[in-house]
Design a protein around this ligand. Sequence first.
Ligand code: T1G
Length: 646
Amino acid sequence: MTVVTIAREGKIAVVTVDNPPVNALSQAVRQGLCEAVAALDADPGVAAVVLTCAGRTFIAGADVNEFGKPPQPPHLPDAISAIEMAAKPWIAAIHGSALGGGFEVALGCRFRLAAREASVGLPEVTLGIVPGAGGTVRTVRLAGVEVAVDLVTTGKPVRALRAIELGLIDRIVEGDLRSGAVTFAENLADELPVPLSLRAAPSMPETFWENAEGAIAKRVRGEIAPLRALACLRRATEVDFASAMAFERTTFLNLRASKQAAALRHVFFAERAAPRPAPLAGIETRPLRNAAVIGGGTMGAGIAAAFRDAGLPVILIERDDAAVERGLANLKAIFDGAVKRGRLTEVAAEARLAGVIGSTDYAALADCDLVIEAVFEELSVKRQVFDELGRVCRADAVLATNTSYLDPREIAQGLPRPGRFIGLHFFSPANVMKLLEIVPTPETDAATLATGFALARLLGKVPVRAGICEGFIGNRILKRYRAEAEALVRQGVAIADVDAAMRAFGFAMGPFEAQDLGGLDIAFLQREGARAAGLDVPETLGDILVRAGRKGQKTGGGWYDYKPGDRRAHPSQEVDQLLHGHIKPAAALDAAAIADRLVSAMAREGEAILAEGVAERASDIDLVEIHGYGFPRWRGGPMFCISPGG
Ligand code: T1G
C-alpha cells in the first residue's frame, strides 16, 4: 500500500499520508516523504506543497511499534530536514492530532495550519522518552522557551485555539481544511518565514532553569524523561542547532532503551487494548441515552457527576426528600469544586446540575437505559433496591451495582432477567478516578457486558474485566499490600520508613499514610463483619489502633498523629506503646528492599488472580493498580515490574 501520495491542484502539490489507524511515521512513511521532497523540488510546475493526512488524524507520531527494533533509515530528523530545506515551501494542514514526530514534521514545514478541533503536542515524555526529531530544538525557536518547556515536559497536547495564541500554529482554517490550505499556499508572500533551524534560539537566565528543574522534579517523583527533556530544551538555547539536535537525539535513543520507557509503552498498549476486549467485538450494546443512580452519598454523587460530564441526563434516587437534597448538594459541591479548579465554567456547572432530577419515586426509572446502585454496603439494603428495580425497570435496561466487596451474585439473587445485571465498580472520587472494574456474574449476558465497556468508553474510563472474588482485583491486591506492609512493621521496620520507601518508589503516599487519609475503620469493619460471620480473621495491627480509637486523620490519629487543621503526619508514641509486644525490635531495611518486598507481594497476589481467572491478562492488573491505586505509571504496574523486561 502506498502510504504517501502526491496530487496536484494547479501549481500546488498536495502530499497525503495515508497509514491507518493514526498515520504513524513508519519507515514507509518517512521514505515516502523524502521521495516526495525530491520529486517536488525537481518539478518546476510546483510552487508550494500542502502536507495533509487521510483518515481521522494528522500524523500521531513515530510508530511506537518500531521502538523495540533498530531504527531504519531514512531517520526522521533527516526526513524533516529535507522538508525544511526543500526548494518549495511546505505547509502542514493539521486535523485531529499532530503529536510527537507528527508535530516535529509540522515544525519542519514553513507554515502550520489547523482545523478548529485539532490539537498539537509533544507527548513523548508520556512514553518515557523525549522528542527525537527536533521537537525541543525547533519549538524553543518557534514559540519561546516557556511555551516549549510546558509543552514538552508535561506532554499535554494543546487545542488549536490555544496553539495559535502560543504561536505554535499560524492559522486556523474554517471549513474544508485541504482547500483552505491550498488557497493559503496559492497566496504565499514572496518573503517566507526563515526555517526554524536557521533562527537564533532565545536564552533564559540560570534561575529560570533552576526553578523549572525544581518544579518538575517535585511533580514527577522519580520519572526521568521530563527532566531529560528539560535538559534538551536548555541545550537548545545554549548551543548551535546541529549540536542541540545531536544532544536531543542521543537523549532520545538512550531513553528509548530504558526500563521506564518500556514500562510506559506497556501501559500505552494496555490502555488501548482495554476498552475493546476481543471477545466482545461485534456484540451489539444496549442504548446509553440516560442513566439513574440509587444513593446520593460520596460514591453515588461522584458517579452521577461522571454521567453528567459525559452528557447523560441523570435521575438520582434517594430514600426520602431530605436525602435527595443532600444528594443534590453533594453533586453541586462536586461541580462547584470543578469551577474553582478552572475545569468548568459557572454556566457549565449549572447545566451539569440542571441535568439531574432528584426523586424518591422508583417509578421515575421506568424508561432508564442504565441504573446503578451506590447505597450502603449491606446485602439486605442492596437487595431491596434491586427488588424495586426488577419491578419498575425495562426488560432491556442495564442494572448495575457499585459494590466493592459484596458478591454481585448474591445481590442479584431473585432479580428477574438477571442477564441485564452487572457489577460496575467505580473508584472514589468516581468523576475523577479513571478505573472501572467491570464484574459480570455467570448470568450477565454479552450485550450487558459489552454495554459496560461502552459505558467506560463514554465516560473516558479505563475498563478492566474482573471475576468475582473478595475485593475483585484491586481491593484484593490492596489487602495483600497492606498485610505485607504490616508484616514489615511487625519485623521492626518503622512505619515512616515503609511510607518513605513507597514514596521514593513513586507513589504519592505510602500504605500507612493512605490508610490514615481514607480511614482505618473501613477495613476494620469488614474484618469484624467476617469475624461475626464466623470466619477466622487474625487480629491486625490496624485493628489494635482502631480499637484504641485511632481511625486516622478524622480522629486526629491513626498510624501517625495529626495536629488539628494540619495534615502532616507525625510519628506517634501512643502507636509505639499500643503496638509494643506485637513488633520486633527496630530493624533497618533499605527503601529499595522495602519497595521490592511490597511490589513483589502485590505481583504474587496478581499471579494468583490470573491463575484463578479473576483477571484476563497481567496488563489488566497493571491498569487496575495504576488507574485505581496510584501505582506509578512509569513503573508499568506490579506485573510488569516482575516481568523479564520490568
Ligand atoms: N504508533 C503506533 N500505533 C499507534 C500510535 C503510534 N504513535 N498511536 C496510536 N496508535 C494505535 C493504537 O495502538 C490503536 O491501535 C490505534 O492506533 C488507535 O489509537 C521521534 C519518537 C493519536 C490521540 O504519543 O495519543 O513521535 O488498538 O485507540 O483514542 O519524537 O492514539 O486500534 O490496534 O488511542 O482516537 C508520540 C499516541 C509518539 C501519540 C488517537 N505520539 N497516540 O487516539 O485512538 S513518540 C504519541 C495517541 C514520537 C518522536 C517520538 C492516540 C491518538 P489498535 P487510540 P484515539
